[in-house]
Design a protein around this ligand. Structure first.
Ligand code: IVH
Length: 702
């Protein structure tokens, strides 16, 4: 029983003295808030809805009898805290991207080289970059209209975040009105963080209240920002650094350094460690120096971010998938610790791969409590001779999953034996052989293996796929076990079946009318889905988010895509040729796609899903201006003189064109330079428009 629970009493409200009522209201506020959090945020309610409602009713009765005692943080003042599931969503007009990582000096040198090649620079030209500390916090985007804060959001999945305007407003360092001469419209982006002293102070207070202890300042900042009640956020000392922009209507700065100065003039805190560096040597020196001072800084950092200083160069460099080509995060080396490996568990993934996971005695590695680590595969365990009971060296670098570096042989128990990797699936018992030349063992149980089915459903409902709030691992497992949800379509027919069921969800253990309703509305909210999410959600081997997007862009609509995938079974036919002409689709990915659609049970599952959904939205190509090449498929062949091939492709894509690697009937245009060969001939044979570099430059406005 928690301290708060003990204070919630059983005596009739009419018999309470005022002083008792006061204590009890405080306890109820705390207790209800804790359950809101467990329910909405952790997807792990600790009490039934009926119990929750009883607490809430008691709170209301006491408040009614003692109106003077109604608290600032009364459960009734939290707008939507118990009704709406969390925060409203905000679409980012300009995506919030992430950064590629560099882990060594060589990686940074390669980054510099890549930029030079892309921009066609000679060896004497300096590429100036800003070096900024990489703040270990949470990114935010704050939209200012006519200088006034309008909306603020978290990063979310980069395309859509959560509306945290009320919470962010409580941060004193974030200006409500901008000073000076800002653009009429600008989204300012940066990091919310907590200083190390504030973190210690918060944890001491939490301990005194018997409340949650945070593992590190980043978690504390996250927990404080994601409060449904902004009054709680206001009590936590959160700070910000600004460093980037999103949507904007006027850019009158020419470099990142300029922009940081503008931010400062508008009233934002910027990081004073930031420096403009003249080249590779300079960058690496900055990194080394900052790393040596890391402990002295009042806030946590996990590396240095380098950004090409010149904006015109940034624009030419553009983006690859989810990260800019013009920036990179140079991480600090990993932090290490020793602990005991208690057990090796074999998990079965959605494609049947068996993955060994180490269960560890809890240990703090660089500010994070670690209890699990991946062991990768059978060979890795054998190579490092890692055994259950061993003392192992653990390492964690930034946000990556902790790794086991080695086992400490001196500390090995006497009676230990090498780990024997199973050759059968631990869940369904099917054979799990190793395919020729591959490191992984794979369960052959396919569609009969419950572990794979559950993982596929989890992937399907996950954040980057259908993103169904409240349908996490625990619920999927329970629904699967009871036969309620076995395929994706079942998720969308759940409510219809539930209303006819003798044992509806609302009467199941741990559920109530409110929680069941919340789940059904979360499912309803996803009956329309973007094509790229739909494709990714199916969990076809090798089809990650980036590839799903490429497919969505290429085929445009669900119907086109499905038809083409079925037709591609004929490997000599046009559909297969068209599929493999897509730049990033090699033969192995094409095979996985074809095989998925060749399995009739997969087709049935996909069709049933389509029936249960409202709509799969067509892919929208963002047309920049009215470019002649928007929506067209272009193939480059031969050499280019004025820019690199990568830059030419990137420019075409920015204008909404698709770039293919080979010529087919679907090609609209071929850009041919000196040295062009078979692709040019093929284009001429098919009567496809062929242009030279000069004409291409005119189209892209270079
Ligand atoms: S720039 C398009 N600058 O790191 C560039 N990010 O790993 C967007 N971060 O999501 C990011 N300090 O949350 C940038 N000085 C800094 C940063 C920084 C911390 C975070 C940010 C981003 C993540 C990417």
């Amino acid at each position: 029983m928690s301290a708060a629970q003990r204070l919630i009493r059983k005596v009739p409200v009419d018999d309470l003295a005022e002083a008792e009522a006061k204590v009890e209201l405080a306890a109820l506020a705390e207790e209800l808030a804790r359950h809101d959090e467990a329910y909405h945020r952790q997807d792990a309610p600790e009490i039934t809805d009926a119990e929750y409602d009883a607490l809430k009713r008691r709170n209301d009765l006491i408040e009614k009898r003692f109106p003077k005692l109604v608290r600032g943080d009364s459960p009734n003042r939290k707008v939507g805290a118990s009704a709406a599931a969390g925060f409203a969503k905000v679409k980012h007009i300009v995506a919030m991207l992430s950064l590629d990582n560099a882990f060594s000096d060589e990686d940074v040198a390669e980054f510099d080289g890549r930029i030079r090649r892309f921009l066609n620079l000679d060896a004497d030209t300096t590429v100036e970059m800003t070096a900024e500390p990489k703040i270990d916090g949470l990114s935010f985007s704050a939209r200012y209209e006519r200088g006034r804060l309008a909306v603020a959001a978290t990063r979310g999945d980069g395309a859509e975040g959560e509306d945290i305007t009320a919470n962010l407003r409580t941060i004193r360092e974030l200006p409500d009105m901008l000073m000076g001469d800002p653009p009429r419209l600008i989204e300012v982006r940066g990091e919310v963080y907590m200083t190390k002293p504030d973190f210690d102070c918060l944890n001491r207070a939490q301990a005194a209240k018997n409340a949650k202890i945070f593992a590190n300042p980043r978690n504390a900042a996250a927990g404080s920002l994601r409060q449904l009640d902004p009054a709680v956020t206001a009590e936590r000392s959160l700070r910000i650094f600004a460093y980037a922009w999103g949507d904007v209507d006027r850019i009158d700065w020419k470099t990142q350094a300029d922009f940081l100065q503008r931010l400062k003039s508008w009233g934002f805190p910027i990081n004073r460690e930031t420096k403009v560096c003249g080249g590779l040597t300079d960058l690496l020196a900055f990194h080394e120096r900052l790393q040596s001072r890391r402990a002295e800084l009042a806030y946590d950092i996990d590396g240095v971010v380098y950004k090409v200083n010149r904006l015109d160069w940034q624009q030419r460099l553009g983006f690859v998938s989810r990260a800019p080509r013009w920036a990179i995060a140079h991480k600090f080396p990993a932090q290490q610790a020793e602990t005991v490996l208690e057990k090796i568990e074999i998990q079965v993934g959605r494609t049947g791969v068996l993955t060994p996971v180490a269960h560890l005695r809890a240990v703090n590695v660089g500010g994070v409590m670690v209890t699990r680590a991946t062991l990768h595969n059978e060979d890795e365990i054998a190579r490092k001779d890692i055994r259950e009971g061993d003392t192992v060296v653990l390492q964690r670098a930034g946000d990556v999953i902790p790794q086991i570096v080695a086992s400490v042989s001196k500390k090995r128990p006497k009676k230990s034996s090498p780990f024997k990797f199973p050759d059968r699936c631990p869940v369904c018992g099917s054979r799990a052989p190793r395919e020729e030349g591959l490191v992984a063992r794979r369960c052959t149980g396919g569609l009969i293996c419950p572990a794979q089915a559950i993982e596929r459903l989890r992937h399907f409902a996950g954040r980057d796929a259908f993103d169904i709030e409240g349908l996490g691992e625990k619920n999927i497992q329970a629904f699967f076990a009871d036969g309620l949800v076995r395929t994706p379509a079942d998720i969308f027919t759940l409510q219809a079946r539930d209303t006819k069921s003798l044992t509806p969800l609302s009467r199941r253990e741990g559920w109530g009318p409110k929680s069941a309703d919340n789940l059904f509305s979360a499912i309803d909210a996803r009956r329309t889905v973007a094509l790229e999410r739909f494709i990714f959600a199916l969990g076809i081997p090798q089809i990650g988010q980036a590839t799903a997007r490429v497919l969505a862009q290429h085929y445009g609509s669900y119907d086109e895509w499905r038809q083409a995938m079925v037709a591609a079974a004929d490997r000599e036919g046009d559909a297969f040729r068209d599929l493999t002409s897509i730049e990033t689709i090699g033969p192995s990915i094409a095979d996985d796609l074809v095989e998925f659609f060749a399995e009739s049970r997969n087709l049935e599952a996909v069709d049933a899903l389509i029936d249960a959904l409202d709509r799969v939205e067509d892919f929208v190509t963002i047309k920049v201006g009215n470019s002649k090449i928007a929506g067209k498929t272009i193939v480059f062949t031969g050499n280019l003189v004025s820019m690199s091939r990568s830059e030419a492709k990137a420019r075409a894509q920015t204008l909404g064109a698709k770039v293919a690697g080979s010529v087919s009937k679907k090609t609209d245009m071929v850009v041919a330079g000196p040295g062009a060969g078979s692709k040019l001939k093929e284009a001429e044979k098919l009567g496809i428009e062929v242009i030279d570099e000069e004409a291409f430059l005119k189209i892209v406005g270079a």
